[in-house]
Design a protein around this ligand. Structure first.
Ligand SMILES: *[C@@H]1O[C@H](CO)[C@@H](O)[C@H](O)[C@H]1NC(C)=O
Length: 226
C-alpha cells in the first residue's frame, strides 16, 4: 500500500490540470487510480491521500477563481486609468510676448491669446482664441486682464468678459481716469459639455496691454471628467 500512497502523492505533486472525479468515500465515480479501488475503505494511507487530493482540488478552484477576479478588476482599473489619461485637459495662454495693446475697438472682439503655455488636449485655438471643450466635466476657468493707459489721467479701460457659447458668464471692469494701470481677475468653476466654446470678449472701448511678463492670462483646467 505504501507504493500506492506514494504514487498518489506523486500524482498530486505534479498534477497541473487533471480533473479529479473523486466524490468522497463511497462515491460512485471510479477512482482516478485504478490500483486504489477499494483501498480507501481499508487503507488509512490511501484515504488521507484522497482527502488531500480533494483539498488540492478545492484550493485550485479557489485560486483560479481569485485569479480570474483579480484579472478582471485589474483590466477594469487599467481601462479607467486609460480614460483618465485620455481626458487630460489643461489650457493656459497669455496675450502677447512683446509689449502691445489690444483695442480699444468700436465693436466687441474675441481676445486671441497668442502665447501658449500649455494646450493639453488641444482644445485651444491660437487662430480664433476659442477654447472648444474636448470632454464634458467640471472645469476651472480663469482670466486676468491688465491694461496700461500710457500716462496718468488718460482713459484706462481694463475690461473683459468670459463667454460660454457666446453668452456672458462673468466680467471684469476697471474704467477710470485716475491711475495708469489696472488689472482684474475672474475665476469660476463651470460644468461644461464637450463641444462648448469658451472665449474671452473684449467689449467696445476696452483695451488690454501685455508684454513678456504675461499680465493677461486665460486658463481652463478639467477638474472632474465625466
Ligand atoms: C479557471 O477559470 C477559467 C475561467 O473561468 C476556466 O476556463 C478554467 O477552466 C478554470 N481552470 C480550472 C483548473 O478550474
Amino acid at each position: 500500500m505504501r507504493a500506492i500512497v506514494l504514487m498518489c502523492l506523486l500524482h498530486a505533486a505534479i498534477a497541473i490540470e487533471p480533473t479529479y472525479p473523486w466524490n468522497g468515500i463511497g462515491g460512485q465515480t471510479p477512482s482516478p487510480f485504478p490500483n486504489t479501488g477499494g483501498a480507501c475503505a481499508t487503507d488509512e494511507g490511501s484515504c488521507r491521500c484522497c482527502v488531500m487530493l480533494k483539498e488540492i482540488n478545492r484550493l485550485r478552484t479557489y485560486f483560479n477563481t481569485t485569479m480570474n477576479n483579480l484579472e478582471k478588476e485589474y483590466s477594469q482599473t487599467a481601462q479607467s486609468l486609460d480614460n483618465i489619461e485620455a481626458s487630460y485637459t489643461a489650457v493656459s495662454v497669455a496675450l502677447f510676448n512683446e509689449f502691445k495693446c489690444l483695442g480699444p475697438n468700436p465693436y466687441n472682439t474675441i481676445v486671441i491669446y497668442k502665447h501658449v503655455f500649455i494646450n493639453l488636449g488641444n482644445g485651444y485655438s491660437v487662430d480664433t482664441g476659442i477654447f472648444t471643450v474636448p470632454r464634458s466635466g467640471v472645469y476651472s476657468l480663469a482670466l486676468t486682464v491688465y491694461s496700461d493707459s500710457g500716462s496718468p489721467g488718460s482713459k484706462l479701460a481694463a475690461c473683459a468678459g468670459l463667454l460660454l457659447n457666446g453668452q456672458l458668464v462673468a466680467a471684469t471692469r476697471e474704467i477710470n481716469m485716475e491711475d495708469q494701470e489696472d488689472s482684474a481677475t475672474i475665476v469660476v468653476a463651470l460644468h461644461l459639455t464637450a463641444g462648448d466654446k469658451v472665449a474671452v470678449n473684449l467689449p467696445i472701448g476696452c483695451f488690454l496691454c501685455d508684454d513678456s511678463s504675461h499680465y493677461n492670462t486665460f486658463s481652463a483646467f478639467l477638474l472632474y471628467p465625466e
